[in-house]
Design a protein around this ligand. Structure first.
Ligand code: SF4
Length: 225
């Protein structure tokens, strides 16, 4: 590890220590909430797919309604694609997601005996599942860290902090895996999601109220509150 990466690691660990304390009273991201509610791995997988490019406040109530009747792949494919799309509205891309969810459920039944697979390689074979979804299900649902779940908040804030310098989410995951100790791989996502939802907003972040400002390079931030 280079001295630059070592310095980034030291700052990232300091940020984790502060954010653990500062986020304790904030509403938890949907993935964490689903685990807390003891949802099934299948439900966590469905919710994570549905949450792509949709805010938790929109996705979560839809999932709660859907999960009154859907706990397994078999129960999901019992709903027609049109009816499922209607149930997913107003989640973004609800028609595409309905199609993916049904295809994914069929694959689980046909290839995995109706169970959610437990490796990254297997999860990535499922319709609608990319590394972000697979990392979240493995980390939050199974306590396994094969990678780091990078969503828009993680990508944006990690770069603003200056602990990495990347252009794409894939590069962000690789860079974070180099600097973050593995024991923090699952934690980095919910901490930064909560911070992104409440303080480090995409536009005009609240830097004047930010507890991690001493460790932040504020890279790319031109307007803040
Ligand atoms: S100091 Fe500003 S840019 Fe840095 S993490 Fe805090 S809110 Fe975001």
């Amino acid at each position: 590890m280079s001295s630059q990466e070592q310095s980034a690691r030291t700052r990232a660990v300091a940020v984790i220590r502060v954010l653990r304390r500062e986020t304790a009273a904030l509403p938890k991201p949907m993935g964490t909430t689903m685990v807390f509610e003891r949802r099934t791995l299948f439900q966590l997988l469905v919710a994570t797919i549905c949450s792509a490019q949709t805010r938790d406040v929109v996705t979560y109530p839809v999932m709660r309604r859907l999960f009154r009747t859907v706990r397994t792949p078999k129960e999901l494919i019992a709903i027609s694609e049109d009816a499922l799309a209607q149930q997913l509205y107003p989640i973004s891309y609800y028609r595409t997601k309905a199609k993916h969810l049904r295809a994914m459920s069929h694959m689980l039944i046909d290839q995995f005996d109706g169970q959610v697979p437990t490796t990254m390689a297997e999860l990535l074979t499922l319709s609608g599942v990319g590394r972000k979804t697979a990392n979240l299900v493995l980390g939050e649902g199974m306590g396994q860290s094969e990678g780091i779940c990078v969503d828009t908040h993680v990508h944006r804030i990690s770069n603003r902090l200056g602990v990495i310098r990347t252009k794409t989410r894939a590069a962000t995951e690789r860079a974070l895996m180099r600097i973050l100790p593995k024991k923090y791989w699952t934690l980095w996502n919910p901490l930064l999601v909560m911070w992104g939802q409440n303080i480090c907003a995409p536009i005009s972040p609240k830097c004047s109220q930010c507890a991690i400002r001493p460790w932040c390079a504020r890279r790319g931030v031109t307007v803040s509150r």
